[in-house]
Design a protein around this ligand. Structure first.
Ligand code: CA
Length: 234
């Protein structure tokens, strides 16, 4: 008796044939229902018919580019909840940051291995269904415990004294393991949108936080040129 899974629909927007074929082949083999579009305009016409469970979006497209499509979808009431994974070149760091701030869920840089792409897709789809822990839930990851009610952080059962800002940043990231956040998103979550922020001020907080967390500091990963992510798989 096999397990039948309802597999998700994925719309792939990519103008390079060989990459499109590689993605289509691997996703189909993994059981996903794949639709493809070679331009943002074509993607919009697919989206008018049918909403996918996830969008894989190349940023460099002929005609309307991927960021413009992302912006449009994240503003549309019927499309804003469709998770987006951007496909980017390594050199597109500024665009990656912009895309994440617009609400993209993740990104994969080319060239990518199909295995990595599939892992990211699974993570984003899983996340879509998971609830982020509430402000009163204790978060326990390996040897790290974060208790938002008592405002207490334990590493190996020893209390660490964090500042209020360090605590908020840690709680924000640890509540969403695997998600990449830009510095701007981290600071807005902690201080509100109007707080003046420089990249450096976020980095200083993270340095302080890692130092206080000791061996649990490794859970906070620097994503070069983009921001930070909490990893519970290191
Ligand atoms: Ca392209």
């Amino acid at each position: 008796m096999g397990i039948t899974m309802a597999r998700e629909k994925i719309l792939v927007v990519e103008d390079e044939d060989d990459i499109l074929e590689l993605i289509r082949y691997n996703l189909s083999r993994d059981g996903y229902k794949v639709r493809v579009a070679e331009s943002a305009e074509q993607a919009l016409s697919h989206l008018a018919d049918e909403k996918p469970d996830l969008l894989l979006l190349d940023l460099m497209l002929p005609g309307m580019d991927g960021l413009d499509l992302c912006r449009m979808l994240k503003r549309g009431a019927s499309t804003q909840n469709i998770p987006i994974i951007m496909l980017t070149a390594k050199s597109e760091e500024a665009d990656i940051v912009t895309g994440l701030e617009m609400g993209s869920d993740d990104y994969v840089t080319k060239p990518f291995s199909p295995r990595v792409l599939l892992a990211r897709i699974k993570a984003v789809l899983r996340r879509k269904n998971d609830e982020v822990p509430s402000d009163v839930d204790t978060i326990s990851i390996r040897n790290l415990t974060i208790d938002p009610v008592r405002h207490e952080v334990l590493v190996d059962e020893t209390r660490r004294d964090l500042t209020a800002t360090e605590f908020s940043i840690l709680h924000f990231l640890a509540a969403r393991p695997g998600w990449v956040f830009t510095r701007e998103q981290i600071i807005s979550s902690v201080k509100g949108d109007d707080y003046p922020v420089t990249d450096r001020s976020v980095d200083v907080q993270i340095v302080g936080l890692r130092k206080k967390l000791g061996n649990a500091g490794k859970f906070i990963e620097t994503v070069r040129g983009v921001g930070y992510r909490f990893r519970d798989d290191v």
